[in-house]
Design a protein around this ligand. Structure first.
Ligand SMILES: [Zn+2]
Length: 256
């Protein structure tokens, strides 16, 4: 069932409910509860890219047998990205960076370095605005295209993949992606490195959950991530995991 049909059914049920409530057949609280419940449902399906409600995204590769996993870094490039790159170099690991257009404009040399070192680049919108859940599909298309353009202008690549800021995929994002044709890359292991302030806790969260084919979400904007990354790479190495770029893990094209 598509989202429009679902909304029509819900609206019809509400009208019927309001009618019966007006004649005291049912309590108005039942209707209020129903509305709150439905709004909560919308909030959950829109902010969890993992649920694949509006579109199918790549979250992990459950068929992976070879111990390959993907480390992904969101929200750069920033100064701290340089430290992340150093650690990745030290362990000869290739990773994936979902970059914000504005940050590429501010740090073009760091962006070029990510590419020169053979890492993967994906689109993470132009502005990463906190209002992402409320913008129109036209504005969303603009956000995605503007980020693509700067990737091409600075690095000569046009990303074929997109990662939604805050994991938000709603009907407007879906409409925008129908136009831009980007594949969506989600994740299935979230480190909460942007929220939790204890390195040990973040590392334990990742290690406890990890299995072959996983996609781990990290942030190169967070200073703690540098330390966590080194520990994580040591763990992966001693447990025969092999970090690869997301395009390798899913066998898809990185760029157009
Ligand atoms: Zn982000």
């Amino acid at each position: 069932m598509n989202f429009k049909t679902l909304n029509r059914i819900i609206l019809s049920l509400l009208l019927v409910g309001a009618f019966f409530s007006a004649f005291n057949y049912i309590s108005p609280w039942l209707i209020i509860g129903f509305i709150i419940g439905y709004l909560s449902f919308i909030l959950i399906i829109s902010t969890n890219v993992q649920l694949d409600f509006f579109l199918k995204a790549f979250h992990n590769n459950p068929f992976e047998e070879d111990g390959r996993i993907a480390l992904t870094f969101d929200d750069g490039p920033v100064e701290n990205t340089l430290k992340i790159l150093e650690v990745l170099d030290k362990y000869h690991v290739k990773a994936s960076f979902f970059c914000i257009g504005k940050n590429i404009e501010q740090n073009p040399e760091i962006f070029k370095l990510i590419l020169e070192k053979g890492h993967f680049i994906g689109n993470h919108t132009w502005s990463h605005t906190r209002k992402m859940g409320f913008i129109s599909s036209e504005k969303m298309v603009e956000e995605i295209k503007k980020c693509d353009e700067i990737c091409y202008r600075i690095g000569g690549v046009r990303p074929a993949t997109f990662r939604p800021p805050f994991g938000i995929i709603n009907p407007k994002t879906k409409r925008a992606l129908d136009i831009t044709r980007h594949k969506v890359i989600g994740w299935n292991v979230r480190s909460y490195d942007a929220i939790i302030s204890s390195e040990n806790m973040i590392l334990r969260r990742i290690i406890r959950k990890i299995k072959p084919g996983d996609v781990i979400l990290l942030h190169d904007t967070n200073k703690l991530t540098v330390e966590i990354l080194e520990q994580l790479l040591l763990f992966l190495r001693s447990n025969n995991y092999r970090p690869v770029r997301v395009d390798n893990l899913f066998n898809i094209d990185a760029y157009y």
